[in-house]
Design a protein around this ligand. Sequence first.
Ligand SMILES: [Zn+2]
Length: 402
Amino acid sequence: MSRCLDAARGAIARCQMLATCSEEPGRTTRTFLSPPMRDVHDHLRTWMEACGMEVRLDAVGNLRGTIGQGPRLVIGSHLDTVRDAGAYDGVLGVVLGLALVELLEGHVPFTLEVVGCAEEEGVRFGVPFLGSRALVGTAAPLLDLADADGISVRQAIRSYGLDADQLEEARLDAAGYLEFHIEQGPVLEHLDAPLGVVDAIAGQSRLDLTFTGQANHAGTTPMPLRRDALAAAAEWMLLVEHAAHTTSGLMATVGQLHATPNIRNVINGRVVASLDVRHAADEVRRAAVDHLCAGAHAIGRRRGVAVDIARHLDQPAVAMAPALTGILAEAIAATGLTVHHLTSGAGHDAMIVAPQMPAAMLFLRSPGGISHHPDERVLVEDVAAALEVGLQFLHRWDPRHA
Ligand SMILES: [Zn+2]
């Protein structure tokens, strides 16, 4: 359908334009309620209003455009990014919701709300999903978290001109939630498929382990007397890698290391290491986390290095709603494409929303499997296919059966 192809080109151009709204010149970095987020909101508001949507910012800074009447279907994703991000993670899902409203020329037989979530990546406050948690009423406990500059979520909201005390009004009352998102992995590309239906989102644990030994002179401290925090962390990292290699479906990553003093001729006295563990089965994930924590303590004891563990996130695996997922599969089949089902290894706003309302996700192929990187891409044909599927989905969605 050439209308969808044109709309796809437009959506890609919008994503690329919004990617220039950044905290860092020359690359895309846009965290929770940062100044460039205001530019993104302004652009989206203009486009949404131009196609007849009513637009507001809720109390956490989610941008919400609404059109139509009656039972509510939400199409949402997030507008924040990781550091040095690509142009499509999150933003594409919001832009595609808007593109569908444009393709329908505002003729929606129910209420369609397009939501651009304020925060999903967890970059600024270390805890993800601020935006979608506000949609389901679970964001309040996060208001006192502070960013690297000591600014709390509550203060960031106030500085943006919003009121954290009004958080309840951000609550979403909808009969369904649909999220378009790039796959951020290589599975669809390997299947030579533009689109895939997400059946479930893997559970996720995030921890920080602090290894505390003794900083000392690299030339004068005998090897047996050292309490090298970085060497302890390194030994533990190999345990992490080994556990993931030997447990089917387990993903475990140490993505961040802060060594102190991190100087060429000094033994490191302190290392903070992040740990990210994911699996489709919660019991497997939790057992792995326990194993890796016990392993860190054992390594620390042997090396005279103290280990402190902070558990920041224990996000259970979340199934998408079979009824909605079924409609999505029908919609894909109606466009003549093969229906592929997959588990998402990445967390998404749909995962936060799903316990409270029927939710579904459509993945778009990520060329090269690349995401969270400036080389992140989408193919225009895939985006057009997603729009065709989106139209088919909207045509089939019935709130009474959702
Ligand atoms: Zn995302």
